[in-house]
Design a protein around this ligand. Structure first.
Ligand code: C5P
Length: 397
């Protein structure tokens, strides 16, 4: 945290009283803190308190009233190593999600090039309202980090999820981020994603329901921590939101293997999230098969190459290879078997039996299994949050 430039955005919620402690802790950890408040935040905590603790005048308006001096949100956005919005009210979250730049805080957010952390604080019903859920998902999709609110007694005296995370824990999240982001800097990641299409004739193929969402979320998460990421992608309609992600588009398993073999030797980490078709038609017809004329009653298949297993054989010391297992039964023993057969360093298991996990959903529930037989189980989360857990686990390795 030493020497880091942090913009602390404060919005108008009861939890704003905790912002004073947050400023103190950040300054104590060696950070330079610039407070930007919404006009409403001043109803909950005074700028004088925050200016005194941070050692810099807290900004809330675009201009200083008596001198007319303009506060440049663009310069602030460039100055910051991180922006933290704590507490973030439902209203500010909605403005950030939709680009409603009607105050200094949201304009600064829109100009910020640095990673952004959002610590929501609101009543439990506001927290679980579909609009808040959607807006937080939008922020996640922009690569922002959501510091989930804790459950407990709220200002309304209701009990539930909505309490702003404690300042000590917010500082811990930032600390971990700076350490981890440094450790992925310059690391080269290869991620396979999406399905493969195996051609039958010019208009038909064998494919599967993979959407690519999990792989793209992993790629975005690794890139947001400084890694150079290449996705070798089957046909999907998702796109990465981070601009440090390169995409190589392929269609079949054979093309995916060739692209991976090209870049794997220079990679530090390869994450195999693609749902590769196990079989391809033995012959590709060069004309559209006609029901009346061709009378096809079966399609002969041949086994596709196993990309993960091939990379596992080529793996060099220092490289990490991560696989996925999507299972419907005997989940743990199947995952353990794949881990060893493909020479993986860890395997992420998701079960199609869990509602909200697996193909096409925006959420996933995973367990991470290791070669020594140990295992970590995670709860049902958005795919972006699951991606963050997976990248944490890789950083630990
Ligand atoms: O054997 P199974 O398909 O269940 O293994 C899943 C893991 O292996 C995933 O990580 C998947 O991306 C990878 N895989 C592969 N090439 C294949 C089949 C699976 O890379 N042909």
């Amino acid at each position: 945290m030493q020497g880091k430039h942090i913009i602390l955005g404060i919005t108008g919620g009861i939890a704003a009283y905790k912002s004073a402690t947050l400023v103190r802790l950040l300054v104590k950890a060696g950070a330079e803190v610039q407070v930007v408040m919404t006009p409403n935040a001043k109803e909950f905590i005074t700028p004088v308190t925050l200016s005194t603790l941070s050692g810099k005048p807290a900004i809330s308006e675009f201009f200083t009233a008596n001198t007319g001096e303009w506060h440049s949100h663009v310069d602030l956005g460039l100055w910051a190593d991180a922006m933290v919005i704590a507490p973030a009210t439902a209203s500010t979250i909605a403005k950030m999600a939709n680009g409603v730049a009607d105050n200094m805080l949201v304009t600064t957010y829109l100009s910020a090039k640095a990673p952004v952390f959002v610590a929501p604080a609101m009543d439990l019903d506001m927290m679980r309202h579909p609009s808040t859920v959607r807006n937080l998902d939008l922020l996640r999709s922009y690569g922002n980090h959501i510091i989930e609110p804790a459950a407990g007694e709220l200002a309304s005296h209701l009990i539930g999820k909505g309490r702003m995370e404690e300042p000590e824990n917010i500082v811990k999240v930032l600390d971990a981020f700076f350490n981890e982001s440094q450790s992925l800097k310059g690391k080269k990641f290869l991620v396979t994603a999406g399905p493969t299409y195996e051609k039958i004739d010019p208009v038909r193929f064998i494919g599967n329901y993979s959407s690519g969402k999990m792989g793209y979320a992993i790629a975005d998460e690794a890139a947001s921590r400084g890694a150079d990421v290449t996705i070798v992608s089957g046909p999907v309609s998702v796109t990465p939101s981070h601009n440090n992600v390169k995409i190589i588009n392929v269609e079949s398993a054979k093309e995916m293997l060739a692209a991976c073999q090209n870049i794997y030797p220079s990679c530090d980490v390869a994450i195999m999230t693609a749902a590769v078709a196990d079989y391809a038609p033995a012959e590709v017809q060069d004309h559209k098969i006609k029901r009346e004329k061709d009378e096809v009653d079966h399609i002969a298949l041949v086994k596709n190459p196993d990309i993960a297993a091939t990379l596992g054989r080529d793996k060099q010391p220092g490289q990490l290879l991560i696989g996925f297992a999507l299972e419907t039964d005997n989940e743990l023993s199947n995952a353990a078997d794949k881990l060893h057969r493909k020479n993986l360093d860890m395997i992420v298991l998701n079960s199609l039996r869990v509602p909200g996990a697996g193909f096409r959903t925006d959420t996933n529930q995973v367990s991470i299994c290791y070669p020594d037989g140990s295992r970590k189980d995670y709860s049902l989360k958005s795919k972006r949050e699951v991606a963050s857990d997976i990248i944490d686990a890789i950083a630990d390795l």
